[in-house]
Design a protein around this ligand. Structure first.
Ligand SMILES: Cc1ncc(COP(=O)(O)O)c(C=O)c1O
Length: 414
């Protein structure tokens, strides 16, 4: 299913925040990699839950039963989004970071000092902190596969880092700093050869590409709904049958079955209503077939649209004097998230100047610090990052390019 510029214009009407203006000009939201705007369907689902069904779970009266049903439906919907066999593979949490820490405590109980965990230089800190903790506190060794100057993972180095002692490969699928998409199939093959678990950080990837957890053959996969038009909720996929075998931190009153056994305390029920609505919203951009098929086909259409717009920005930005564009080019699979630096102007100053024109971009490292350190960009304040999502238009990108050009030239807006 294709997603055209006309579809983009149509979808924009669904996102009330896009109507915001600054000094008479619309705000242009290029901050999607840090969290997208949400459509009315999501806002209504969250508000609707509070209006009609707000309760805790597992009781014997109408609103609690409705809450149980809603949570179940959210899991089923997310299972369809991830290509999971069923809802039992879908655990929820506050965000990806807290779920990854919880998981790390459970995995640590299966490891011994000297065992190894392999990560890459493309990791967000959320997929470094939990493992570095285990290194410091439990004598687990964390090894790191390098990237090249173009921000692509060095496949040979990944193969070198994975060895007999590797218990876990914790692998970034798409970098939120550079847009690099890495080869998860290679990570699966190499990790399988040594009998290691594969954990995929799909937080940035899931915002742009359809996920097929079963085909990826992942043991664990994490993402966050606020990156794909939903509320702030973290999602953990676990291979069927695996979570039950792990010793998670769990209250004795908590359900010991998957997917519940890693969830702590009461979930954000209203937000989970919104997660379901966000996935349904994505699926609504395709027709026919099962919900899974609609999700995949809509994501493919949106990805092609985003890729074209991302390519446009990448190529035009590159030709602005004084501007350097970082990360891989758009000749292959890549997230539409583009980081630049503008001559001698600090990234924060660039973002501030653009922000005054209503052009919302992030500056710095956005917790995706490691790739920027590897490329020598961290010390000078990081980069200026613009992310394209389904509601961004060519006109917005043109405004952004004009803004970047002005800042790089050191001239004021007209
Ligand atoms: C690639 C990547 N991994 C992990 C995270 C952390 O996700 P959360 O904010 O849900 O903890 C982010 C957030 O920006 C991210 O972009």
């Amino acid at each position: 299913m294709s997603f055209t510029a006309a579809d983009c214009e149509r979808c924009r009407r669904d996102f009330p925040a896009l109507a915001r203006t600054l000094d008479g000009r619309p705000l242009a939201f290029f901050d999607g990699p840090a969290g997208t705007q949400v459509p009315n369907a999501v806002i209504d689902a969250v508000a609707g839950y509070y209006r009609t069904a707000n309760a805790n779970t597992h009781g014997h009266f109408p609103t609690t039963r409705e809450t149980d049903r809603l949570l179940h439906e959210s899991r089923e919907t997310v299972a369809a989004f991830l290509g999971a066999a069923d809802w039992r593979s879908v655990s929820f949490g506050q965000n990806m970071t807290t779920l990854n820490y919880s998981l790390s405590y459970a995995l640590a109980r299966e490891m011994r000092p000297g065992d190894e965990i392999v990560i890459t230089q493309l990791e967000h800190e959320a997929n470094r902190g939990p493992w570095l903790n285990l290194q410091e506190e439990r004598g687990i060794v964390v090894r790191e596969a390098a990237i090249g100057p173009d921000g692509r993972l060095d496949a040979d180095d990944l193969a070198r880092q994975i060895g007999k002692r590797t218990q876990l490969v914790a692998f970034n699928m798409a970098s939120n700093s550079l847009g690099t998409v890495s080869d998860a199939a290679l990570a699966r093959r190499l990790s399988k050869e040594v009998g290691a678990w594969l954990l995929l950080d799909a937080v940035h990837y899931a915002a742009h590409f359809a996920i097929d957890a079963a085909a990826l053959d992942a043991d664990f996969l994490l993402c966050s709904a606020y990156k794909f038009y939903g509320p702030h909720v973290g999602i953990l996929y676990t291979r069927p049958g695996l979570l039950e075998r792990l010793r998670t931190d769990r209250l004795r009153t908590q359900d010991e079955e998957a997917p519940f056994r890693i969830e702590m305390g009461t979930l954000n029920h209203a937000a989970l209503a919104g997660v379901k609505a966000a996935v349904d919203y994505i699926a609504s951009w395709s027709t026919g077939g099962s919900q899974r098929e609609r999700i995949v086909s809509a994501m493919q259409g949106i990805a092609a649209y985003e890729h074209e717009l991302g390519t446009y920005y990448y190529e035009r930005a590159q030709s602005i004097p004084g501007v350097a564009v970082h990360g891989p080019d758009f000749s292959g699979l890549r997230a539409p998230t583009v980081s630049i630096t503008a001559g001698g102007v600090s990234p924060d100053d660039v973002a501030r100047a653009l922000g005054e024109e209503g052009l919302q971009v992030w500056s710095g490292h956005f917790y995706g610090l490691r790739p920027l350190e590897a490329l020598g960009l961290a010390e000078s304040g990081g980069v200026v990052r613009a992310g394209v999502v389904m509601y961004n238009t060519r006109e917005e990108v043109d405004r952004l390019l004009e803004g970047v050009e002005r800042v790089a030239r050191g001239t004021a807006p007209h």
